[in-house]
Write a protein that binds this ligand. Structure first.
Ligand code: NI
Length: 156
């Protein structure tokens, strides 16, 4: 039975990181064609916005699902310390062999945050630019990565 006190919280975090969209599974020419200027060997940066959505029961004593200070510390340790002002390709092991698109970034962040002990991770939304954002809900929803891009082109 669904608890009447179940509620969702959302909290936004920001980090800056660089990436290069490139895969060893394609030739140089194909990489260039698929990723366009995002395939530039020197990479480029984004100011990412991550929205974390958690659900849980409201503790009758505190009136909260989880203490935001606990969530902040967890996100800092699990994600921001490893990603902020880093090269996603070179500094994050998950992207050594995986293209650091925002789709893959969403899934990586979800994996890193799903073990938060005080609430259930519902989904992760990552904004790469003002026009591009992606959501991932793990096993919580069908469809998983939902592309919310408006007019995505090769400038991601
Ligand atoms: Ni990009």
């Amino acid at each position: 039975m669904k608890s009447a006190l179940k509620i969702e919280l959302g909290r936004r975090y920001r980090f800056s990181a660089s990436h290069r969209l490139h895969t060893s599974q394609l030739s140089e020419e194909e990489n260039c064609r698929v990723f366009g200027k995002c395939n530039n060997p020197h990479g480029h940066g984004h100011n990412y916005v991550v929205e974390v959505r958690m659900s849980g029961d409201v503790d009758p004593a505190t009136g909260m699902i989880a203490n935001l200070a606990d969530l902040d510390a967890f996100v800092e340790r699990q994600v921001l310390e490893d990603f902020d002002h880093k090269s996603l390709n070179e500094d994050v092991p998950a992207f050594r062999d995986k293209v650091p698109t925002t789709e893959n970034l969403c899934m990586e962040i979800f994996q890193r945050l799903k073990s938060f002990p005080k609430a259930k991770l519902e989904r992760i939304r990552v904004e790469e630019t003002g026009n591009n954002s992606f959501e991932y809900a793990g096993d919580n929803l069908e469809g998983n990565v939902r592309d919310q891009t408006n007019g995505r082109n090769s400038v991601a």
